[in-house]
Design a protein around this ligand. Sequence first.
Ligand code: SIN
Length: 478
Amino acid sequence: MKLLNTNAFIDGSWVSADETFPVFDPSTGDVVAQVARSTEALTRQAIDAAEAALPAWRSTPAIERAKIMRRLEQLLHRHEDDLAALLTREQGKPLGEARGEIRYAASFLDWFASEAPRQYGETIPSPWRDRRLHVIRQAVGTAAGITPWNFPSAMPARKLAPALAAGCTFVLKPAEATPLSALAFAQLAHEAGVPAGVFNVVPGAREDAATIGGVLTSDPRVRKLSFTGSTAVGKILLAQCASTIKKVSLELGGNAPLIVFDDADVDAAVDGVMVAKFRNAGQVCVAANRILVQAGVYAKFADAMAARVAGLRVGAGIEEGTDVGPLIDEGGLKKVEAHIEDARGCGATVRVGAARHERGGTFFQPTLLEGVTMDMQMANEETFGPVAGLTKFDTEEEAIRIANDTPMGLASYFFSRDIGRVTRVSEALEYGMVGVNTGAMSTTVAPFGGIKESGLGREGSKHGLDEWTELKYVCVGL
Ligand code: SIN
C-alpha cells in the first residue's frame, strides 16, 4: 500500500512507540497495519514541537504559508488514487466516495490558502481626540484536533487548513479506527514544505484516547481544541478544557430531520433522501435520521423509496458498483440492530431489509422501516447505519414541532416547492444547517456546524478561520 505510515509524526520525524495497535479493514476484518500507540510522553513531545515551531510559523507571512498549503493541495490531488485506496481500506466506504472525500479534503487547503492573506484588521473611529483604535487578528497559538473515523481525510483537513492559514501549529489525534489517512496527510504535508513541528500526528488505540485527550485538553500551552465526534465525548472534552480556558470548537452529533411536504417534487425528494441517508452507509453526522413525510405524498414517496433502497448494492468499498460498504465495526452493527429491534417492538414495520447482509462481517442490508414514531430509539439517537425510517405527518406545524423536539441541532432538510413555506420552515428549524430541496449541502465554502448539543463554532467558509484566531484591540495614544 502506498503512503502507508505507522508511526507517530512529531517535529517532522516518524517516531515509534513501545506498543502498537491494529487497524482493520472493515470489509474483511483483516489487519491492515500495526500503528504506534502514542503515550502521554509522545503527546507532550508533540506539544513541545508545536510550541517550538509556533513563533516562526505565525510570523511567516500569510502569503508564504498559503504557498505551502497550495503545494499540499496539489499533492493531495496528485495522490488521489492512493489516498482514496488507503481511506477505503481503513474505513470501508466505496472508492468513489473516498475519491470525493480526498477532493473535499483538498478543497479546504485551497479555500483557506486563499483566506490566509485576508485576515484583515479594523480601524475604529475613536471616541477620543488623543487615541487611535485598531483591531488585529492573530493566531490562537498551538492547537489540537481530535477527529472521527467516518471522514478520516476530510475532518483532519477541515481543521489543519484553517490552523495553517491562521498561523497556528497543530497536534492531531486521529480516530483509532482510521489513523492511516491522517498519517499519509502528515507525509504529504512534510513533502509540501510544512516546517517541522507545525503539524504533528499522535495516533492511539481506543484505550489511549483518554490519555492523549487528557494531555491535549489540560496542557496550558495548547490554546485551542477542535473536536469532531459524539456529543458525549464533546461534553467531556469541553469540561476538561475549562481548567485552562481554551478556545473550543465542537462538531458533535446530529439527529437530522428530513421533511417531505405534499408540495415537494417527490422524485427529487427521493434522490435527496438517498444521499442524505445512505452516503457512507449512513455513518455521517449530517445523515437524515428522522424522515417525516406528509400524508398526501406518503404512499408515492414510500413506494419510490422502497424500490431505491432495495436496489442498493452492498459490497466492499473497493468493488466496482458498491453503493453501501460495511459498517465500521461490530459496535456499529449492534447499534443498528438494536434500533431496528426497538422500532419493531414499538410497532414499526419492515418494508426492505432489516437484517445482517449475507456477506457477513459488518455488512448490513439497506433498510426501510415504516410507522416510525418519536418514542423509538432511532428517532432519538443517530442510527449511524443504512436504515431509513418513515413517519407520516399531517400539517406543517406538526412537522416543525417534531423536527425541533430534540436536544440536537446540526443538519436538517426539507423538500417543498412553495416559496412561502421554504422561507417559513427554513427560519423555524432550530438547526445550524438547513438543506432545502437537496440532500447534500456540505461544502468548504459554507459554514458547517450545529447549535444546541450539536456543537460550538463553525468550520469551513470565511467564518471557519475565526475559530483559529483571536482579536486583539490596540489603543494607540498620540
Ligand atoms: C460529518 O459527518 O461530520 C461530516 C460530513 C460532511 O462534511 O458532510
